[in-house]
Design a protein. Structure first.
Lengths: 113, 108
């Protein structure tokens, strides 16, 4: 099976712009979670989607949003980018219905200048 | 939220040495995973271990859920074991909390 894929892998944006990141889960996995990793805050949970519904959300401002499509692919969007949004954004997928083991993609490294 | 503490924060080993990494968590958990993050940022699954003991080659892990801790053992370490090791726990069924990691450097 192919693993979790994320696009793009690297991105440079300017303050005030918006960005959309994409995540394709492992085939058959219907839950997709997003995490932000920074040197100062470590790995922090953003949100989780299952069957196109957001089931859980971390403590991030409303500028961070996401969605999930009927094929389980997910996107996250960050509007009005700030310098502090520079981070590695990781997506994870899991099969719902038994063991909730998460598998991570390679991440998107976002730099805001 | 739940607190996840990992120790030690940094570890330097000679190739061939053994090590034990610890993860303490502050609440009962549904799930627990250990990951290895490589230099490119990829999180690689090591163990899914909410309780009990598992072994995979030179790596093994033990979780004592009643005492709220998990241990990751690395034997006969190799330079390719270098990287950051994370423990992540889940209490709700769909949200993992990560520890701050243990940075391991294995020198030849």
């Amino acid at each position: 099976k192919a693993g979790v894929t994320q696009t793009p892998r690297y991105l440079i944006k300017t303050r005030g712009q918006q960005v959309t990141l994409s995540c394709s889960p492992i085939s058959g996995h219907r839950s997709v979670s997003w995490y932000q990793q920074t040197p100062g805050q470590g790995l922090q949970f953003l949100f989780e989607y299952f069957s196109e519904t957001q089931r859980n959300k971390g403590n991030f401002p409303g500028r961070f949003s996401g969605r999930q499509f009927s094929n389980s692919r997910s996107e996250m969007n960050v509007s009005t980018l700030e310098l502090g949004d520079s981070a590695l954004y990781l997506c994870a997928s899991s099969f719902v219905g038994g063991i909730y083991e998460q598998y991570f993609g390679p991440g998107t490294r976002l730099t805001v200048t | 939220g739940i607190q996840v503490e990992q120790s030690p924060p940094d570890l330097i080993l000679q190739e061939g040495a053994n090590s034990t990494l610890r993860c303490n968590f502050s609440d009962s958990v549904n799930n627990l995973q250990w990951f290895h993050q490589n230099p490119w940022g990829q999180l690689i699954n090591l163990f899914y271990i909410p309780s009990g003991t598992k072994q995979n080659g030179r790596l093994s892990a033990t979780t004592v859920a009643t005492e709220r801790y998990s241990l990751l053992y690395i034997s006969s370490s190799q330079t390719t074991d270098s990287g950051v090791y994370f423990c992540a726990v889940d209490i709700t069924g769909n949200q993992f909390y990560f520890g701050t990691g243990t940075s391991l450097t294995v020198i030849p």
